[in-house]
Design a protein around this ligand. Structure first.
Ligand code: KIV
Length: 279
């Protein structure tokens, strides 16, 4: 199906798809960031290949301790916002904890609801070998799945803490097996979170879909960060985050200036008020 434009109007850019991302294996690095809102999606969209509506929104937006309490309804609401604020990048929506692990059928019911209600182009789920059957079930039924191995934050209650994994031989072998399993099951791309550089490099060499690193080193086929972390809006960030800006103090200064102008009655000024209509 071709995209038609109204006469005199430039054709709208086609939104990237999961197959477009899949085809980028070994090519130009894939760029991605999280986005949870229409306004941030609008700013991020021109510069990235895909945006992830990550379940990290529970912690970043809602102040939750972990991603465990995040619901499908929260993901759908923010997925819809990100779709409204973007036109070019693929939008991937996380399936939250408890909404897909029970069975492949449960995962299909949740994933199809998320795709229908948001219009996003793919879902992401956490887990390796234990989720391979589900990844295949979804992929065979028209749901593009991004995998996520290494540190999987939804497993915090069994992991005990958010720390890098696979730094010893046995742990590395398990994560390699996880990545191979979901690659073979049909994941179109795999997030590698918080693992040693040699392990990320080996996975990237060995699996067919592109790998997206977050604490996985530049050996990966692409990178992702949480937008608020790289903008300097988060209190504490993991070692793998680089702050590309520090906008927290600028927001604080703007709010302080607003507060003092309101208190001094110098805002609103004459230019901000409506004059009565003449006649
Ligand atoms: O939820 C999230 O933001 C993620 C990224 C950290 C990959 O899963």
């Amino acid at each position: 199906m071709s995209v038609q434009s109204a006469p005199g109007k430039p054709a709208a850019a086609r939104r990237l798809t999961a197959p477009d991302i899949r085809a980028r294996k070994g090519g130009e690095p894939i760029v991605s960031l999280t986005a949870y809102h229409a306004h941030t999606a609008r700013l991020v969209d021109p510069h990235v290949d895909f945006m992830l509506v990550g379940d990290s929104l529970g912690m970043v937006m809602h102040g939750m301790e972990t991603t465990v309490p995040v619901t499908v309804e929260m993901m759908i609401l923010q997925g819809q916002a990100v779709m409204r604020g973007s036109a070019k990048a693929l939008v991937v929506v996380d399936l939250p904890f408890g909404s897909y692990e029970g069975s492949p059928q449960q995962a299909f019911a949740t994933a199809s609801r998320v795709l229908k209600e948001t219009g996003a182009g793919a879902v992401k789920l956490e887990g390796g070998r234990r989720m391979a059957e589900t990844v295949r079930f979804l992929a065979d039924r028209g749901v593009p799945v991004m995998g996520h191995v290494g540190l999987t934050p939804q497993a915090i209650n069994t992991l005990g803490s958010f720390k890098a994994l696979g730094r010893d031989e046995a742990g590395a072998a398990m994560i390699l097996d996880d990545a191979r399993s979901i690659a073979d099951a049909g994941a179109f791309s795999i997030v590698l979170e918080a693992m040693s550089e040699p392990l990320a490099a080996q996975i990237t060499r060995e699996v067919a879909p592109p790998t997206i690193g977050i604490g996985g080193s530049s050996a990966c086929d692409g990178q992702i960060l949480v937008l608020e972390d790289m903008l300097g809006l988060s209190d504490r960030v993991p070692r793998f985050v680089k702050k590309f800006a520090d906008i927290g103090p600028a927001i604080g200064a703007a709010v302080e200036a607003y507060a003092s102008e309101v208190r001094a009655r110098s805002f609103p000024g004459p230019e901000h008020v409506y004059a009565p209509k003449k006649g």
